[in-house]
Write a protein that binds this ligand. Structure first.
Ligand code: ADP
Length: 430
């Protein structure tokens, strides 16, 4: 027969209050600092032995996926305890755990619930024992035990109250540690998945580029060779292959910028020439909607020190959007000029505009004003985030002003040289 479960009335000796407070303050301090579970457990157990006048104390935690408790810490420390599993259904600690109540045993020799194996392994002789469940939101996480009250005395109501208070602290410490482990696991999983995604994008873009290049190359070749009556079909193939190319380039550009593998190959770039080329490329698109595509560009070459391809992609994406989101018979104007330290490119349209609530998010990856499922235009919501990344890689800046139903103005600043880019950071920061 095991001893009856005894719940003691709460009473704390006033003379001992300052000692209680000292211990509790120390434990609270450790709990709120980044102290690890081991240090907090040691403080809690020291408080248990001091305040209940016990020879030893220990914390046991439920072992994941088993019917055992495992020693988490003991005071004074006995490392060997860690190796001993304590069965929940055949131990005093297990009884407190199962019943979710504090259990006091005057002499374990009289209890058939006592788990003798621990004493056999450690050579320690347990006599009296006070075991309190460590509860968090009603769930038992483990047990805290005080062992052998000194002077051959029995544990009393004060001891039970003290142990219950300290069990509350142990619950917080264990829960904190569990949350910390969960956060670390989740973070590592997120990093692993992010790497898988990056690798997937890098590999697939690479693998898709070659066949797509061949499709485009041969389509252009055929267009030169075949009769005009097949132009319609060939142009559809070319247009859609170009669209695929654009998607692949945008996706891999974002990926490269994110993984830090994007490199800015600096050379002397004429922004004037770039803008003129892009405008000419997109003129066909504008013509289809009878949109007037005009430009107002400085006579000078507008030279910057940068990566022509990346600057080109950013300007292309912005002008392309201006045409896409402007209705039939609308207007798009591209202005490029030199201002002190920079080349400034502004794209103005009198299209559908962007609602005020969407403006702060417009450069985010995959952000689209209209839902992808209901919108009329294609696109993945990557064009502007790519443009922003490319501009910022050059130390430049991009922003927009827009009014719904009236149109949008996208402004980009490209620093004349890399040294200027650093200075630009300061100017823009002010
Ligand atoms: P997408 O490739 O889907 O167009 P972008 O990143 O280029 O993605 O643009 C994101 C969204 O911003 C677009 O889906 C569109 O809703 C809005 N947008 C971009 N440019 C304009 C513009 N000039 N006028 C109105 N809306 C625009």
């Amino acid at each position: 027969m095991h001893s009856a479960i005894q719940i003691y009335p709460t009473f704390i000796d006033m003379d001992n209050q300052s000692l209680h407070l000292e211990h509790l303050t120390q434990i609270s301090r450790e709990l709120s600092s980044a102290a690890d579970l081991y240090s907090v457990s040691q403080s809690i157990l020291k408080a248990v032995t001091d305040l209940t006048d016990s020879e030893t104390a220990s914390i046991l935690e439920l072992e994941n996926g088993s019917q055992n408790l495992r020693f988490l810490a003991s005071h004074p420390e006995r490392k060997i305890l860690i190796t001993i599993p304590v069965p929940i259904d055949a131990s005093i600690a297990g009884l407190a755990f199962r019943q979710k109540q504090t259990v006091s045993i005057r002499d374990v020799a009289e209890s058939d619930q006592h788990f003798k194996n621990t004493d056999q392994v450690t050579g320690y002789k347990t006599r009296s024992l006070l075991a309190c469940p460590i509860l968090f939101r009603g769930e038992a996480l483990g047990v805290i035990e005080a062992v052998n009250k000194k002077g051959m005395l029995d544990y009393n109501g004060d001891d039970a109250t003290i142990l219950e208070i300290l069990a509350g602290q142990a619950a917080l410490a264990i829960q904190n540690a569990r949350l910390q482990t969960m956060i670390e696991k989740t973070q590592n999983e997120a990093i692993r998945l992010d790497k898988m995604k990056n690798d997937f994008i890098a590999i697939t873009s690479h693998e898709l580029r070659t066949p797509l290049g061949l499709i485009l190359g041969h389509s252009f070749f055929l267009r030169e060779m075949v009769d005009k009556k097949y132009y319609v079909q060939l142009d559809i193939i070319i247009k859609n292959a170009m669209r695929l190319k654009e998607i692949i380039e945008n996706t891999s550009s974002v990926n490269n910028a994110q993984t830090g593998t994007a490199v800015v190959r600096r050379k002397t770039v004429s922004v004037r020439r770039l803008v003129l080329e892009i405008v000419e490329t997109l003129r066909v698109e504008a013509k289809k909607k009878n949109i007037s595509l005009d430009f107002d560009i400085d006579e000078s070459d507008l030279i910057v020190d940068g990566d022509a391809e990346k600057i080109g992609i950013s300007i292309f994406n912005i002008i392309k959007n201006a045409i896409t989101f402007t209705n039939q018979d609308g207007h798009v104007v591209v202005v490029a000029e030199q201002v002190p330290g920079y080349v400034k490119v502004v794209v103005i349209d009198d299209g559908i505009g962007i609602p005020t609530k969407d403006i702060p998010h417009i450069f985010e990856r995959f952000y689209q004003v209209e839902s992808h499922l209901t919108r009329k235009h294609g696109g993945m919501g990557l064009g502007l985030s790519v443009a922003k990344m490319m501009v910022e890689m050059h130390g430049g800046r991009i922003w927009l002003e827009s009014a719904e139903g009236k149109g949008s103005i996208f402004t980009t600043f490209f620093p004349l040289d890399s040294m200027q880019a650093t200075a630009a950071e300061k100017i823009f920061a002010e």
